[in-house]
Design a protein around this ligand. Sequence first.
Ligand code: ZN
Length: 141
Amino acid sequence: MWAWMACSSSPSVERVGFWFVTRLAKENAFESGDFMMVPPNRVLRQDQQQVVPDPLCLVWACRRARSTATTLFLVHTHIAQDARFSHIDEATERRMAPHVMSLSGSRYFGAVVVAPSEYCARLWRPEDVELGTPTAIDIRD
Ligand SMILES: [Zn+2]
């Protein structure tokens, strides 16, 4: 997966990017689309626990998802950890999900965490937002 390659190309610093995907008819199946890394000068905070993109970039990404009828996935790296979503990720996504869904016009919001040798993904569906718990999905090609 090229989003994984893009994110793992600079293993010394946490990175974040936007992945625009098209949902297929099959349950939780997605077709890969464009991936865009957030430029370093648009990352507000970047450390081993957290990487925070400029909210304006996020709004831009939501609008792009809306105009291209895609679902936005937020991709970020964990350079010194497992590809496991942290508590910070959990809280951030829970807060973001309803806004991203609303701004992007998609019923879904996805997240991918990339570690040096693995990655994992999950999806926030409307029912997941209500419960506060996302659904793990398989995005392997
Ligand atoms: Zn994280």
